[in-house]
Design a protein around this ligand. Structure first.
Ligand SMILES: Nc1ncnc2c1ncn2[C@@H]1O[C@H](COP(=O)(O)OP(=O)(O)O)[C@@H](O)[C@H]1O
Ligand SMILES: [Mg+2]
Length: 327
C-alpha cells in the first residue's frame, strides 16, 4: 500500500509544472514562533493587493491561527472538514477576507484525536489545492517535521522555509531541509532496495554510517548507477527557498547566506535566499490588530521587505539569486 501511495505522490510531484495552475507554495521551517503565519499572511495579502488571486491555507491543524493574521475572526468552515471527509469540495471551504482577491481556508475545530490526515487524504488534498481557481496558494505548514508536513512541503512547487536568526531556529531549519530532501529522494528512487537505503539513512545513527546526503549519494552510486543518476537529478531539482525573518543586524542577514552554503556543502542542495524581513514592532501590533501588516502599516519597514519578497516571487526566482539591499 505504501508503494502505491508513493507512486501517486511521485506522480503529483511530477505534474507540478506545465499547465496553468495555481502556484502552490508550502511554508514551513521546523520551529514554532519564527513568523511562518505572519509571513504567509503578508505575502498572500501583498500579492492579492497587486491583483493576483491568492488563497492562504492554514495547514497547522494543531495550532491554527492564520485566520487571525488575515483578519477572519470566526471561520465557519475549515480544513478539518476536509480531513474528516465532511466536505470533499475545497472550493466550499474558501472564506472571504477583508482583502479583495485573498481567500482563506482556515484550520479551526480540528479533531483532537486525529489531527493529521492520512497519507492518501494528504495526497488528495494536494491535488485539490492545485485545482483551486487561484494564481497562488500559500500553505502554512505549522511547526515540526511530521510526515504530513514534509509531504506537503515536498509536493508543493516551491517550498519556502522561514528562519529566525537564532541557533534553535537554524538548527530546526537544517533538520527540516534534511527531512524534506530525504523524503523527496525516497520518492525518486525506482527500486525498492534503494528506497530502503534512503529510509535507513534517514536515521541519523544508522549502522551503515551514512551521515549526510552526499554520503548517501556515494553509497547509492556505488550500488546502482542508474539510481545514482536519479539521485543527482532530484538533488539538482530541489531548491528550498529561505526567508530570514525578524532580523536585527547585518550579521542576521548574512546568516541566510551561511545557511545557503551549508546546504550546498553538506547536502549538495542549492537553496535560494529569497529575502529577509527585519524585526519591526509593527509586526506584532498588526497581529494584535488581527490584520496583515501590509494593510495596517503599509509603510513600515517590515511591510516594505515583505512586498519586496512578494515581487521576487512574482519575478520567480527559479534561479538562485540573492536578496536585494542590506540592513
Ligand atoms: N518581523 C517581525 N518583527 C517583529 N515581530 C515579529 C516579526 N515576525 C513575527 N513576529 C512576531 O512573532 C509572532 C509569532 O509569529 P507567527 O507567525 O505566529 O509564528 P509561527 O507561525 O512560525 O509560529 C507574531 O505574532 C509576531 O508578534
Ligand atoms: Mg503559525
Amino acid at each position: 500500500m505504501g508503494d502505491r501511495l508513493n507512486k501517486l505522490a511521485a506522480k503529483l510531484l511530477n505534474s507540478s509544472d506545465g499547465s496553468h495552475r495555481a502556484r502552490l507554495i508550502p511554508v514551513g521551517g521546523g520551529k514554532g514562533g519564527v513568523g511562518k503565519s505572519f509571513v504567509v499572511a503578508n505575502l498572500a495579502a501583498s500579492l492579492a493587493r497587486l491583483g493576483h488571486r491568492v488563497v492562504a491555507v492554514d495547514g497547522d491543524l494543531e495550532g491554527p491561527n492564520l485566520h487571525t493574521c488575515v483578519g477572519v475572526p470566526r471561520p465557519r468552515v475549515s480544513l478539518a472538514d476536509f480531513v474528516a471527509q465532511r466536505e470533499e469540495d475545497l472550493g466550499k471551504l474558501l472564506l472571504d477576507t477583508p482583502i479583495p482577491n485573498l481567500h482563506l481556508i482556515a484550520a479551526t475545530d480540528g479533531n483532537l484525536a486525529t489531527p493529521q490526515p492520512t497519507q492518501s487524504r494528504r495526497v488528495h488534498l494536494m491535488r485539490e489545492l492545485r485545482e483551486l481557481d487561484a494564481d497562488f496558494v500559500f500553505f502554512d505548514l505549522g511547526a515540526g517535521t511530521h510526515a504530513a508536513v514534509m509531504d506537503y512541503f515536498m509536493i508543493g512547487d516551491e517550498g519556502l522555509i522561514v528562519i529566525a536568526p537564532e541557533p534553535t531556529s537554524v538548527e530546526n531549519a537544517y533538520g527540516f531541509v534534511r527531512a524534506a530532501f530525504y523524503r523527496r529522494l525516497r520518492l525518486a528512487m525506482a527500486s525498492h532496495d534503494m528506497r530502503k537505503i534512503v529510509t535507513l539513512a534517514m536515521d541519523q545513527r544508522n549502522e551503515r554510517g551514512i551521515r549526510t546526503p552526499l554520503e548517501l549519494l556515494r553509497e547509492i552510486q556505488m550500488l546502482d548507477p542508474a539510481e545514482g543518476a536519479r539521485f543527482v537529478e532530484t538533488m539538482h531539482a530541489f531548491h528550498p527557498r529561505i526567508v530570514m525573518n525578524d532580523v536585527r543586524t547585518a550579521d542576521d542577514i548574512k546568516l541566510g547566506f551561511s545557511i545557503q552554503s551549508v546546504c550546498r556543502k553538506f547536502f549538495g542542495i542549492e537553496a535560494e535566499y529569497l529575502g529577509y524581513v527585519n524585526h519591526d514592532e509593527s509586526a506584532r501590533r498588526s497581529v494584535c490588530a488581527r490584520r496583515p501588516l501590509i494593510d495596517v502599516y503599509p509603510r513600515s519597514d517590515a511591510a516594505i521587505y515583505i512586498s519586496r519578497i512578494a515581487r521576487k516571487l512574482l519575478a520567480n526566482g527559479a534561479a538562485g539569486d540573492s536578496p536585494e539591499g542590506s540592513a
